[in-house]
Design a protein around this ligand. Structure first.
Ligand SMILES: Cc1cc2nc3c(=O)[nH]c(=O)nc-3n(C[C@H](O)[C@H](O)[C@H](O)COP(=O)(O)OP(=O)(O)OC[C@H]3O[C@@H](n4cnc5c(N)ncnc54)[C@H](O)[C@@H]3O)c2cc1C
Ligand code: FES
Ligand code: FES
Length: 1275
């Protein structure tokens, strides 16, 4: 073995040689910090979001082929990259050279908003195109399955990528032989296009063609290196870890003898997350490099042998190939494996993860192990002692020493036998999200009848997700041998298996009753699947399935997506160069796509920079008994640790903080994640290591109030309590025919902006000046709180925001606290300090959209008129008061012509949206079609629901709506504009440039906007509440008009002149070329005493109609179609406005369906990253999406009659909730369970399944409440 090896790989065509490589370094920080390639982003660090996607290319000297695959840089150890070529977003194109067609199209099709996910999306698409230059739509959807976007709702990204597909125009659905272009949507009348509409937000004609010959070639040096077989084991080492890469089997076995406890790291997708998130440390790692024997594919008489080192993606290709060649009766197992390989993780993980790593890591929710275990697979092992075969059986999965690999053994390959005639294998899984989500329960089932008599000869059933390992129902299967395949057998099987695979009420992961139900629901599906095949094979002897049962067979899966957009054309009377009303691309779109857009953590390291990390409370309510910093302080690189004793409490009232807020807790904590210490060290790694060594002793306090019900019981409320009254409700209740009372619970939501909280504070070294670069929605607040903490005046603190990688309300208050502490550290040490939260810390520390409990009592007449309504809303506002109390309370009330606070509204456009939505969605026809479908399908139900939207826009007071702008004209005729709004993806900077362009009648290219800073615009209001463009736009317009007025005499003297001429002339005449603009805010007031007022300037109206299909047996749902009609007034930029509507709609859909926060009974949040908390992915969006904007309407006080749209679409997401509700109601009706149905939000697979009560939900054992401690509680 050779020690101290050099690591050699290529990045973007350039050779990289690392002499002192630290094996703990992952590719992501290496690219970002060492190579300064910051286009690749950090979103989660655990393989779950795709923001860090790069393309890895490797040359195989045996096949002479180059394999290009997408990979998550956050989980790729750099030591594993010897001989590989890495391509990052910077490597495929840039504005300085030439942009790549993928980058161009994603930007021009408006597929970027905040842009933080964009480089990852680009790289996934680019890799697909390197492998398939004209991909199919299925390949496209699969390729993007591992990339999350929180802003766009995915539609524009798909549209951009579709332009590379052979056929891109239509839905491509050939189900029932029809597609959208043939017969209209779903065979129903065509989506009507009005005369005044424009249908494309981009023009394909201007796109660069894709030219595969222009791509970077694989470095010839790496090919030569791979061909030479002279390499020896490479060893890389640091003080803590040694990385051994054997290149021959012999060396691998020797290394394993020497270090039997060292893991054999292949894809690092299991070892990596364990090291990162569970703190498991391995001093030695063995990572075989291209050992041929581990990559074999052998076809034997009995089956297939697949090498342990092959990736799951390669395995998928191999199995797909085999199933194409061999008869179906031999490939039952392969088909089942393929089904799971299609949904297991995303393409990045599937390309990194190896079959061997998957099997040996034995995750309890592994998708493949239950199948391999029922399929009589065997594992081929090798050690220096020789070969051995062991079965992949229950003992192996339980890690029984007698059935496991010995420490010095290696898994070489896996034998997967062919199936026989009369043998059937099926795979089942249900997850919170259909793709890229670990299964809640999965299963592999195999039955063998020996011959066509239908008598069970062999039966194997295994489940994942129901225990600490994969569980086989061995005894039950044994007892069923010899029984005929009929309903009595099924009934007995369900009872036996429920008994054998028993889950305690407190089982980890929760959802216990759902899991029990899935166990037998899957069995029922298997029973039906096999029965149907038996019938097909021998129609004489086997009965047909009852037709109502057939609907249980197919899994719900969205395949192709298509959309139509209908928006307003720009006003014909406009000047030709006036960009208002045109779908102008996001100002930073191209830079998002090339990775050149700079976010806070992309800023280069400043000289002597330090890193700050937090230690937070692990208790929900406790006294802090002691904090011991000694061990942490003694670690290398640690500069300081701040506690509450160093940091004064803030007593100034900033509107959000309560009277005195302790920034770091010293005595008591009242939530998990509360900040206690800030560790400052030379590097991030050192700060994190030290933070783990801070020892805090707590004494728990009572009572622990976590749920809304507990808060009501303990009268634990934040003041003031708000009340709105309209009419005499008591009298009205006396008059009504009927009264209905109930309550509804709505879960909270994590903001899940893709860029985590980030800040860099730089002390300037003189006059106590300090610069704060931060990702925030509210720079003024950062400035104020920092100044207060540093005890300096605000004019010494400047806060700068270039752009924000998504915020959604989550970068206001907490960001201020984090920035103030970081600034304190920077000031104390006179050195720059950076603080970037990891995803898990971010979710834990920042909180999110609050859970609600609504109690209602509604009185109505028999004709349906509601006369009385009494509603109480309780909001679980967490441990501390924040900004949402007022906003949320007011938002809840809805009425048609007068609001409960007696504000007059004109509902004309609401009614128009409603009518248009009814028409465009063909509601009546489709309702009938849904009912017909439901009458014919017992186990699948469709639901259709339409909701209206009246969304108030305003900020509650005049002062909170004031905005300012600054416009400079330079002597060359160029313009620099600044305003107080923050660019967080909504495109406000783009709109502001459009405003300047219209007002000053100059081309967009002459106008520039650098970012937002308290240096240029003081006293800004927070950017939020959908009004950022409204308010700042009016200020920008004001500034431009001031300038025009000043320059009017000069322009009229030389009307044919250019801006350069006019600017020079103005300068010569000593006329100022700089102006501020101001807007004082919309009239706004509310009197909580009288319950009257005018808190909102206007309302956004809309309507959405959604159709879904649910699987009553698994709780899965598919979003079939959504139609949205919105009144946006006059759209300043239809592309951005549609982007806001659909992005918010998808986020709302997540809120109401799959996004579920789980808390332990002690108040610890479990769902701290994309692997536990599921935001919508590409597989969740409606297969058909139709968005139309009402024709322009006057909106007198707003900017060019436009309306702010940021948040309103979220509410429309509840159309999906009600559509699911409708489908569940249909199922319950059919099962004889009528009556009002109360369902809480989110409507997860668990809630859907358990609401579709049937014989299976009746069969499962139920636990008495209070007889066990549940894994999680509803907060
Ligand atoms: C974001 C994400 C999503 C995921 N989603 C899913 C999902 O939906 N469904 C699912 O089933 N799984 C999922 N997984 C788990 C994934 O399938 C496994 O992590 C992966 O298969 C492990 O393979 P690996 O090559 O990366 O293993 P590594 O992490 O490299 O190694 C894992 C273990 O296997 C051992 N090992 C590896 N190869 C050998 C060998 N040849 N001989 C002996 N021991 C060996 C190592 O010693 C180590 O202990 C997900 C993982 C991530 C990170
Ligand atoms: S940062 Fe790598 S997948 Fe999220
Ligand atoms: S644009 Fe995708 S996360 Fe913001």
């Amino acid at each position: 073995m050779e020690g101290g090896a050099e690591l050699l790989f290529y990045v973007n065509g350039r050779k990289v040689i690392e002499k002192n490589v630290d094996p703990e370094t992952m590719l992501l920080p290496y690219l970002r910090k060492k190579l300064r390639l910051t286009g690749t982003k950090y979103g989660c660090g655990g393989g779950g979001c795709g923001a860090c996607t790069v393309m890895i290319s490797r040359y195989n000297p045996i096949t002479k082929k180059i394999r290009h695959y997408p990979a998550n840089a956050c989980l790729t150890p750099i030591c594993s990259l010897y001989g590989a070529a890495i391509t990052t977003v910077e490597g495929i194109g840039s504005t300085k050279t030439r942009i790549h067609p993928v980058q161009e199209r994603i930007a021009k099709c408006h597929g970027t908003q905040c842009g933080f996910c964009t480089p990852g999306m680009v790289m996934s698409m680019y890799t697909l195109l390197r492998n398939h230059s004209e991909p199919t739509l299925s390949q496209l959807n699969d390729a993007l399955g591992g990339n999350l976007c929180r802003c766009t709702g995915y539609r524009p990204i798909i549209d951009a990528c579709k332009t590379f597909c052979k056929t891109s125009g239509c839905c491509q659905s050939k189900e029932n032989g029809v597609c959208c272009l043939d017969q209209g949507i779903n065979g129903l009348p065509e989506f009507e296009e009005g005369n005044e509409t424009s249908l494309k937000l981009f023009s394909e004609e201007e796109f660069l063609p894709l030219d595969p010959t222009q791509e970077l070639i694989f470095p010839p040096e790496l090919m030569t290196m791979a061909e030479k077989k002279t390499q020896k084991t490479r060893i890389f080492g640091s003080d803590r870890m040694t990385w051994i890469s054997p290149v021959t089997l012999k060396e691998l076995l020797e290394a394993k003898v020497k270090y039997p406890q060292a893991p054999v790291v292949m894809g690092n997708t299991s070892v990596g997350p364990d090291m990162k998130f569970k703190g498991i440390f391995h001093p030695v790692i063995i990572s075989p490099d291209r050992i041929e024997e581990l990559s074999v594919v052998n076809y034997t008489d009995n089956g297939l042998t697949i090498g342990a080192a092959l990736s799951l993606a390669e395995m998928k290709d191999i199995l797909a190939n085999v199933t194409r060649k061999l008869p179906e009766e031999k490939t039952q197992m392969y088909h089942a494996l393929l089904k799971h390989l299609g949904t297991l993780a995303g393409p990045q993980i599937r390309n990194m993860a190896s079959l061997g790593g998957h099997i040996v890591s034995r995750h309890p929710d592994s998708d493949l192990n239950p199948l391999l275990a029922v399929g009589n697979c065997t594992l081929n092992l090798l050690s220096k002692e020789g070969k051995r075969q062991i079965p992949l059986n229950e003992q192996f999965l339980r890690k029984c020493p007698s059935a496991d690999l010995k420490p010095e053994e290696i898994l070489i390959s896996v034998n997967i036998p062919y199936s026989k005639k009369w043998e059937f294998v099926s795979a089942f899984r249900q997850a919170q999200r259909q793709q890229n989500a670990l299964a809640i329960v999965n299963s592999g089932m195999r039955v063998c009848f020996g011959k066509g008599d239908g008598i069970i000869r062999e039966l194997s059933i295994a489940y994942g997700g129901v225990g600490p390992t994969t569980i086989l129902a061995k005894n039950s299967c044994q007892k069923l041998i010899g029984r005929p395949w009929n309903e009595e057998m099924l009934d007995a099987a369900c009872r036996l298996i429920l008994d054998e695979v028993s889950l305690p009420g407190s089982a980890p992961g929760g959802k216990v009753e759902f899991k029990r139900t899935l166990i037998i629901s899957f069995l029922f599906k298997f029973y039906l699947e096999v029965s149907q095949i038996l019938k097909e094979m021998d129609p004489v002897h086997y009965p047909s399935l009852a037709s109502k049962y057939e609907s249980a067979l197919e899994d719900l899966r969205s395949r192709h997506y298509w959309s139509t957009l209908k928006y307003q054309n720009a006003d014909l009377k406009q000047l030709p160069q006036d960009p208002i009303g045109h779908p102008i691309m996001h100002l930073s779109g191209i830079k998002h796509a090339t990775g050149e857009a700079i976010y806070c953590d992309d800023m280069p390291v400043v000289d002597r920079e330090l890193f700050l990390t937090f230690v937070t409370s692990s208790r929900a309510r406790a006294k802090i008994v002691s904090i011991d910093l000694s061990e942490a302080l003694s670690l290398p690189g640690v500069v300081d640790i701040l506690t509450g004793e160093h940091l004064p409490g803030i007593t100034t009232n900033f509107g959000f903080l309560t009277d005195t807020e302790q920034l770091l807790s010293t005595d008591e904590v009242s939530c998990v994640g509360q900040l206690i210490c800030a560790v400052i060290a030379d590097s991030e790694v050192q700060a994190k290591r030290a933070a783990q060594r801070v020892k805090i002793v707590y004494r728990d306090l009572e009572p622990l109030i976590l749920t809304i019900e507990e808060a009501i019981q303990n009268k634990s409320f934040f003041e003031p309590e708000r009340k709105l009254e309209c009419g005499n409700v008591d009298e009205a209740f006396k008059m009504v025919d009927q009264i209905l009372e109930g309550e509804i619970h709505m879960g909270g939501q994590e903001h899940f902006y893709m860029e985590t909280q980030s800040m860099l504070v730089v002390p300037k070294g003189e006059d106590q000046e300090i610069d704060v670069y931060v990702s925030t929605q509210f720079p003024k607040y950062i400035q104020d709180i920092t100044a207060a903490v540093l005890k300096v005046s605000a004019n010494k603190v400047m806060c700068h925001v270039k752009r924000v990688g998504g915020a959604f309300g989550g970068k206001v208050t907490k960001t201020g606290v984090l920035a103030a502490i970081t600034a304190f550290a920077a000031n104390k040490h006179g050195r720059p300090v950076r603080c970037i939260l990891e995803r898990g810390e971010d979710i834990l520390i920042t909180g999110g959209r609050h859970p609600y409990l609504g109690k209602y009592k509604v009185g109505f007449m028999n004709d349906g008129r509601i006369l009385a309504l009494n509603m109480e809303h309780y909001n679980n506002a967490g441990a501390f008061l924040d900004e949402s109390l007022f906003v949320r309370t007011v938002n809840m009330y809805k009425e048609i012509d007068q609001t409960p606070y007696k504000q007059e509204i004109n509902a004309k456009n609401l009614i128009q949206c409603w009518k248009e939505c009814m028409a465009t969605s063909s509601y009546t026809l489709r309702k009938a079609a849904v009912e017909k479908f439901n009458s014919e399908n017992y186990w699948k139900k469709k639901g259709l629901a339409m909701v209206p939207l009246k969304f108030p826009v305003g900020v509650g007071s005049v002062a909170a709506g004031q905005a300012a702008a600054l416009v400079h004209i330079y002597l060359d005729g160029s313009v620099l504009v600044t305003h107080g709004g923050i660019e967080m993806g909504q495109g406000v900077h783009t709109k502001m440039i459009q405003v300047v362009s219209r007002e000053l009648r100059m081309p967009l290219s002459s106008i520039h906007l650098r970012g937002t800073s308290t240096e240029t615009i003081p006293n800004t209001n927070p950017s939020g509440g959908s009004v950022v463009a409204d308010l700042n736009g009016l200020a920008v317009k004001d500034a431009c008009q001031t300038l025009l007025k000043r320059l009017e005499p000069i322009i009229s003297k030389n009307p044919r002149g250019t801006w350069k001429d006019w600017a020079q002339a103005a300068f010569n005449e000593s006329i100022s070329l700089s102006a501020t603009g101001y807007f004082r805010g919309y009239e706004s007031n509310i009197n909580w005493e009288t319950g009257e007022g005018h808190p909102f300037e206007y309302f956004v109206y809309g309507a959405a109609c959604s159709e879904v299909e649910i699987d009553c047996l698994t709780g899965a749902h598919k979003n079939i179609r959504t139609d949205i009609v919105m009144d946006v007034g006059y759209s300043i930029n239809p592309a951005l406005d549609i982007g806001q509507i659909e992005g918010a709609f998808i986020q709302g859909m997540g809120l109401y369906t799959i996004e579920e926060l789980n808390y332990s009974p002690q108040g610890v949040l479990y769902t701290r990253g994309p692997n536990q908390y599921k935001i919508p992915a590409i597989c969740d969006i409606p297969m058909e999406l139709h968005i139309s904007l009402l024709p322009p309407s006057e909106n007198s006080n707003t900017l060019y009659s436009s309306k702010g749209l940021g948040e309103s679409g979220i509410f429309l997401g509840c159309s999906v909730f009600f559509a699911i509700h409708d489908a569940i109601s249909a199922a319950r009706q059919e099962r004889g369970l009528p009556g009002p149905l109360r369902l809480n939000s989110p409507l997860t697979p668990e809630k859907i399944r358990m609401a579709c009560e049937d014989k299976f939900t009746k069969m499962i054992p139920r636990d008495e409440p209070g007889s066990y401690v549940p894994w999680s509680i509803p907060i």
